[in-house]
Every structure is written in C-alpha cells, then in structure tokens.
Design a protein around this ligand. Structure first.
Ligand code: ADP
Length: 383
C-alpha cells in the first residue's frame, strides 16, 4: 500500500525538522513557503517568522536586490545558473552578519506550479580553517626563506661586495684621472658609466633578495614559468657552492602562462636546486639540469635533475615528512614546504629516480585564458 498524502507530509516534515542543514522552500515569486528549524536558527529568526517573507532578505546586497529579477529571468528563459549544480554563495543573518554558505537548489514542479528548494550549509568554520592553513603556510614559507638567507649569508655578502669593490677601484681611478692636467673627460665619463653600472648591479642584487625574503601575503599573478626559473637561478648565484656546479637550463619556449605566486614558486625551484647541489658535494663540475615542458593540455612540468648518488628506497619514503633530513645542519623543511606550495597552486610535486642521480618533478596548472570583455560580477545567489 502506498503512503497517503498526509503520511508523506508527516514524513517530509520529520525530515525537515531533523536536518542539520538549513532547508528553505520558496514559491515561484521568491516568497518563503516553508523553512526548517535549522534554517531559522542559522539565520537568527524566530520559528515561523520568515514564512511568507521574500527569501532575498536572507542574502546580502547586491544579490538581494536582484533576486526577484533573476527568478523572473529563469521563468522566461528556463536557463538555470545554480539549480542542480550547487555552489558557494553568501548569506545574511538577521543581525546583518554576512557568512559563506554551500548552496544547492532543486526545483519542484507540480502541474503549473513551480517551487524551489534550497539546502544551505554554513561553511564559516571550513573557510576559517582554510584561511588559517593558508596563513600558516605563508608564515612557514617565510621562515624557511629566512633560514635559506642565513645559509646563504656569506654568499650574499660576496655578491654585494664584488660590485662595491669595483666601484671603489673605479672611483680611485677617476680621482687619479682628474688630478692630471688636461684630464681626458671622455675617459673619465666612461669610468663613471662603469661605476653607475656596478651600483645598478649591487642594487639589483639587493632588490632581488628583498623581494624574496620579505614577509608577504600570497598573491597570484600570470607569470612566465621560464622567467621565474631564470630568476631563481640568478638568486642562487649568492650560493658560493654553485661555482662548483653549472646549472643547465633546458627550457621549452612559448609555454603558456601560469597563474602563481612568483616568490613561492621561486622558493620551490631554489629549494630543489640547493638540494641538487647538496647531493653533489663530492662531484665538482657535475651540473644540475632544470627543464620545463608542457606536461599535458592543462599542466606545465618542471624537472630539477642532478648527478648525485640518488635516494635509497627507505629515505624516499620519508622525503616529504617535516623535519626529515639526512644532512648535518639540515632543517628538513625544504621538501615539505615546497610540496605544500605546489599543492596550494593546484599542482603536484614528486620524486623520481633517474639514471644519473635524482630528479624532482612538479606540475603547475596553465592559467585560465584571459577574459577579453569585463563582465559585471556574477550573482552567486541566482537560481
Ligand atoms: P634538508 O635539505 O634541510 O635536509 P629537505 O626537506 O629539502 O630538507 O630534504 C630532505 C632530505 O631529502 C634531505 O636531507 C636529503 O636526504 C633528501 N634529498 C632531497 N633532495 C635530494 C637530492 N636531490 N638528492 C638526494 N637526496 C635528496
């Protein structure tokens, strides 16, 4: 025997009352027909207070002012933006507080009548946890960059000392030149040009280091991957050990751009490059090879390969564990932080043995094509 209509209603009401998520049924004009206790609690209203009110009062501007129009558009065009898909949106509590939600909307069609049922989950806690994880990753990334700076300090001093020494020598030469009778102004001018070039060089080293080491919020920009790799290798010139190992770049031209935080990706390349150099401590002259290529339609791949002794199976299992290090003064954070940076960019980082030594690969998603026209902000709460 199939259940009677009143039985179905009783069951449906029991379902609404028991649900942890907010459930709201609206009529075709946006008026609230029924709402469960979880929804009233989530939005801060008394039982029954919202019945017959326009659902748009549960949305922040600009969505609330546009919702009626969106419902009408849907009735006319039948084109749905959210029905059956679900997405993140924003909602507004009675006290005006705006909070993030997961919203899924279904349609109930009975004869000529049309209603919508919305299921809403408050995702404030999830969003806060995500923001906190991002914050922690940024702080950790910064701390490990500072520790890299500590390790590179003597190399950095050397990098800056070189142009300073050159400037001092050129300045002395100039001084001598102006003391003679009929000083050769052209020659003096060319030495002054050299002083200027050396000062620019020192300034450039400092600018690069400051950008890399300063504390900052993560910021994604469309970037040329090959350019980022060249910058990272330049940055590594401050590492004196690099003199023992040439860095060979095998970069495929005309790769599509990636949307990344440039400093963080430089940090990954620098970590892998420094590990590669560490692995070849007793193999002076052996190069590090950094290559780029199109991995598939959606990803670009970067490989940092060395001619070290490779990694045994046991070590390979722990590579990405925080604080795992086989080096005397290793911190063991280079690989885990690199992996977490790459993951947060929607990519992957992995180790692959190769016949020469070790190779670390990572992939980054190709940036979405740039929009030609500027669209007004999409309404996240429309049906
Ligand atoms: P750290 O460099 O401070 O030890 P990492 O997380 O960067 O920390 O690396 C962890 C460990 O992984 C290293 O101590 C080393 O044993 C191993 N490792 C990383 N890269 C390589 C490599 N290219 N060749 C051999 N071993 C490597």
């Amino acid at each position: 025997m199939s259940p009677s209509r009143s039985n179905i209603e009783t069951r449906f009401n029991a379902l609404l009352n028991a649900a942890v998520d907010a459930i709201i049924i609206i009529e075709s004009d946006g008026m609230i027909e029924s709402i469960n206790p979880a929804a009233e609690k989530m939005f801060g209203y008394k039982p029954g207070e919202l019945i017959g009110k326009n659902v748009s009062m549960l949305m922040p501007e600009p969505y609330s002012g546009q919702h009626d129009q969106y419902l009408q558009n849907y009735h006319h065009t039948g084109k749905a933006k959210i029905i059956g898909i679900g997405r993140e949106a924003q909602a507004k509590r009675r006290n005006g507080q705006i909070f993030p939600i997961d919203l899924s909307v279904g349609e109930i069609i009975e004869g000529d009548e049309r209603r919508f049922i919305g299921i809403i989950r408050d995702i404030t806690v999830r969003k806060e946890a995500q923001a906190e994880a991002r914050d922690t990753r940024e702080k950790l990334a910064h701390i490990t960059r500072l520790s890299t700076m500590g390790e590179m300090a003597s190399g950095i001093a050397h990098e800056i000392n070189q142009p300073l020494a050159a400037i001092a020598a050129y300045a002395q030469a100039c001084r001598r030149m102006i003391t003679v009778k009929d000083a050769d102004l052209e020659k003096i001018s060319s030495v002054l040009d050299k002083i200027n070039a050396q000062a620019q060089r020192a300034g450039e080293v400092i600018r690069r280091l400051r950008t890399f080491f300063k504390k900052r919020k993560s910021e994604h920009v469309r970037s040329d991957l090959n350019e980022l790799i060249r910058d990272s290798v330049d940055l590594n010139h401050a590492d004196t050990r690099v003199l023992d190992h040439p860095v060979i770049l095998e970069l495929v031209d005309n790769l599509p751009p990636v949307s990344v935080d440039p400093v963080q990706i430089q940090q990954v390349v620098l970590n892998l490059l420094r590990n590669a150099i560490d692995a070849m401590e007793n193999k002076a002259g052996k190069p590090v090879i950094i290559s780029t290529r199109q991995h598939d339609d959606d990803f670009l791949e970067i490989v940092v390969a060395d001619h070290g002794d490779g990694i045994d199976e046991q070590t390979a299992l722990s590579l990405f564990n925080p604080f795992f290090s086989t080096k005397k003064s290793g911190m063991g954070m280079g690989l885990p932080i690199s992996q977490s940076i790459v993951n947060s960019h929607g990519g992957q980082l992995w180790y692959q043995p190769n016949e020469l030594g070790s190779a670390f690969h990572f992939v980054l998603p190709v940036a979405a094509p740039q929009q030609q026209t500027t669209h007004s902000q999409e309404n996240l709460n429309e049906p």
